[in-house]
Design a protein around this ligand. Structure first.
Ligand code: ASP
Length: 323
């Protein structure tokens, strides 16, 4: 007997989960599902190929396309939940972007694989199975965009890729939201930060501001910032040493950027611990913004979205403190 647990839309974008050759993802989303026939017995699954790329090649255009497709699908009563298959390198970025612009309570689950489909101990089929189950279930609703790999359910805001093993995805200081156990989700906490329906950002943006990340190191010189200003960026995320510190040699270049209307966010190259305002650096005096517990690549996404709403550093700071 066919037990129908709901309709799930799978949006495929490529990545190792679909990669049969060393260079490019070649397996279509449909082929990924063929490896898990029992899913089609239980769910009504529609697959759409949105892209076929390795995730280092994902761009802001892909994010905008995914966001608009997901928002449209989420408004369709027939669709229970949405799964995005994605390469793991930038999976956390796509997931966090969607977490801020999808305007629905419906579950959106982003999934990838650390091993290619024909590798020994490939994890793609199990992860995709978990993702479809999760996307279809009631408990996953209203929790923001979720990421599932290695049986762990993470918030898109908190998760990051930490290594190349099967347990690569971790929510550093905070831990996962829940676990998949024998194909069922069990949740233990919620994200406290604004997402999806409560976020400050609109659903359908058609372009995003340009924001660069600059990585700091001992002996860094101001030209790393002056080059960015000349290239016409709207903002910079500083991946500073320690608690997002800024060497004295860099401060004049950074303040010039701010005076010229660019946003400057202090984040850290250290892999955990929040960066708080006016700690180490006088952010009020310099007009800087701090990234809180977002890593530089996530701070970049929030800054891109914040700049669609305001250029005021204190208003941007309150978006960082609440999302
Ligand atoms: N290179 C792959 C990517 O598309 C890595 C992966 O998916 O695990 O990100």
């Amino acid at each position: 007997m066919k037990t129908h647990n709901g309709n799930v839309l799978v949006l495929a974008t490529g990545g190792s989960i679909a990669q049969t050759s060393p260079s490019d993802p070649t397996l279509a989303g449909e082929a990924l599902l063929e490896a898990i026939p029992e899913l089609r017995d239980k769910f009504g699954i529609v697959v759409e190929q949105v892209a076929q790329v390795s995730s280092p090649d994902i761009t802001a255009e892909h994010w905008l396309t995914l966001a608009s497709r997901i928002n449209r699908a989420a408004a369709d009563e027939e669709v229970q939940g949405i799964v995005v298959t994605h390469g793991t390198d930038t999976l956390e970025e796509t997931a966090f972007f969607l977490n801020l612009v999808v305007k629905s309570e419906k579950a959106v689950v982003v999934v990838g694989a650390m091993r290619r489909p024909y590798a020994l101990g490939a994890d793609g089929a199990a992860n995709l199975h978990d993702a479809v189950v999760l996307a279809s279930c009631q408990e996953a609703k209203g929790r923001g965009v979720l990421v599932v790999l290695n049986s762990e359910i993470h918030s898109a805001r908190d998760v990051t890729k930490t290594t190349f093993n099967l347990d690569a995805f971790k929510s550093r200081d905070l831990g996962p939201l829940g676990q998949m156990v024998n194909g069922r989700p069990f949740f233990y906490r919620r994200s406290e930060r604004k997402h999806t329906l409560c976020s400050a950002f609109p659903a359908n943006l058609d372009r995003l501001p340009h924001v660069a990340i600059v990585y700091s190191y001992a002996g860094v010189t101001p030209d790393v910032l002056t080059g960015i200003a000349a290239a016409g960026y709207d903002g910079v995320v500083w991946a500073g040493t320690g608690s997002g510190s800024l060497p004295k040699a860099i401060r004049p270049a950074a303040t010039t950027l701010v005076k010229n209307g660019m946003a400057f966010v202090r984040s850290s190259r250290v892999s955990s611990g929040p960066i708080k305002r006016n700690d180490e650096v006088d952010d009020d005096a310099f007009g800087f913004i701090t990234a809180d517990s977002l890593n530089p690549q996530k701070a970049r996404i929030l800054l891109m979205l914040a700049l669609t709403q305001t250029k005021d550093p204190l208003e941007i700071q309150s978006l960082f403190d609440s999302h």
